[in-house]
Design a protein around this ligand. Sequence first.
Ligand code: NDP
Ligand code: BG6
Length: 593
Amino acid sequence: MALSCMRCSPGGAASAVRRGSAASPLPAALSFARCGLRGPVVAVGWRASTSAAATAVKGAMDADVKNAAISAPPSKVENGSPSHVILDDFEDLSPLSENDDSTVSITVVGASGDLAKKKIFPALFALYYEDCLPKHFTIFGYARSKMTDAELRNMVSRTLTCRIDKRENCNEKMEEFLKRCFYHSGQYDSEEHFMDLDKKLKQHEGSRVSNRLFYLSIPPNIFLNVVKCASKSASSVNGWTRVIVEKPFGRDSESSAALTRGLKQYLVEDQIFRWIDHYLGKELVENLSVLRFSNLVFEPLWSRQYIRNVQLIFSEDFGTEGRGGYFDRYGIIRDIMQNHLLQILALFAMETPISLEAEDIRNEKVKVLRSMKPLQLEDVVIGQYKSHTKGGTTYPGYTEDKTVPNDSITPTFAAAALFINNARWDGVPFLMKAGKALHKKGAEIRVQFRHVPGNLYKRSFGTDLDTATNELVIRVQPDEAIYLKINNKIPGLGMRLDRSNLNLHYAARYSKEIPDAYERLLLDAIEGERRLFIRSDELDAAWELFTPLLKELEEKWIAPELYPYGSRGPVGAHYLAAKYNVRWGDMTTEQKA
Ligand code: NDP
Ligand code: BG6
């Protein structure tokens, strides 16, 4: 069966990007460019030498462009180097064999860890299964643990799954994929060990242009060691080299800026892919801009004139199980609010970007962040879950986790009210709520509209229009959906109103399985697409909003309000919302969308 990488709009001529298939006259990267989302991307090599960077540019251009027998000038220059080459006329292209003279090597640093097993290898396999990886690619696991290639493959194979909607050739594809996975054991601060890795990578790359992606799936205190060693000993000499840096990226403005400064000793900004917010890779978050900018009905309503408040809600029905050590140093505000919820807020509230180019979108997001006032302590409620027994089962409190100090006051729940001081959003509360060990798992965006002026239906029974305002709900997960709550006449001879949903339920509408966010972001990094990764000025602006509050909480040793494991969280969150005349939308009983 010919598999295809469905990266563009479903159904479009350019949508099925067949990799290495004679069926497509275009190399995949060119097909993407045709979708208007991206062109083949050329990134510079390590900062170390300008000539290496020039060779890198040339190598990558050779790989992506020479094949197309087209001589196109770079359309954009970033950091003094050409970064995008967009080809907008493919009609005259002759059939091509795709990227035959280039290869991509992906090194997962920290391959023995939880994230690598749980997310990275499965996402890479899903991309391979969907035929989205380049024809020539190799995956290396790197960590200190001793493992053979066979042992790595065995470990990885346990977490691979096939798409529910496409099980054909699954075992065959898994075997093919695993054959392209290798392992190298080494220390994170040893240039010599990275040199050994380099030798192995070269054996696989042969004489092709080598493009290298390093995924830092390791604790943050060793990010810089790895970047230093990899840059000195294992960077590509003739293609691009990129580094994905996992969260957490610092724990306040100063440490985040210090990390960026550290990375920039060895990398240029274009090579750094800050993977701080995998929520940006979630289908419904990606769809947020489409919903707003491609439907005339929404954009005119998208302001203080019609929107009363916006709610960004994240909840998990489990505690910090297994990650208490990490979590206790960061807490829920850094773990979820400062990145996942704030990024959604910025995307939601930004002005129309001039194009879908990464820089244009990121420019608009930064403007939103810089228009916001730093969070005030009086606009924040924090909580921590405590032990709770239900149905004969006792669920442990946060401080009962062995990796958490007994007297920890790290918040596992927080609610906050934020404001954007610009003409569009002045005075509109953006309420955020995030918590672990709550009664349900989910993430959603709720937009509550103003009430209908001059209510004609005061005398009708049923819904009171002065309180039952329209609400647009974007359910990011689980069970993705977008629905609009409207007031509606109950059929019959009388005039009774109720609230009903205009409902787009993804499972009912789309048969295709929704890809994991890690797939989208990994593919973007391979293609050099930065739209979903966080630029350093965006990150600075995000930290500036939260750092004063985080410091105050720590300095004043503010104790969180305790809430039982599995509950709806601290009562304080309701008072905070009430202060702004808001009711949390997820707390009302509503018709299931
Ligand atoms: P792990 O704690 O499992 O660490 C990954 C690997 O790093 C380990 O297998 C170990 O490999 C090595 N390692 C662990 N601790 C140290 C240490 N103190 N010094 C040197 N090496 C160490 O992390 P995860 O896999 O959970 O996460 C990786 C990264 O991704 C982290 O930055 C984390 O914050 C981030 N992240 C993780 C998520 C998750 O769900 N797990 C979610 C979001 C982000 P070895 O001993 O073999 O060298
Ligand atoms: C991570 C947080 O970024 O996101 C975790 O560090 C959290 O604490 C996770 O559990 C939630 O991601 P998802 O995709 O499972 O909702």
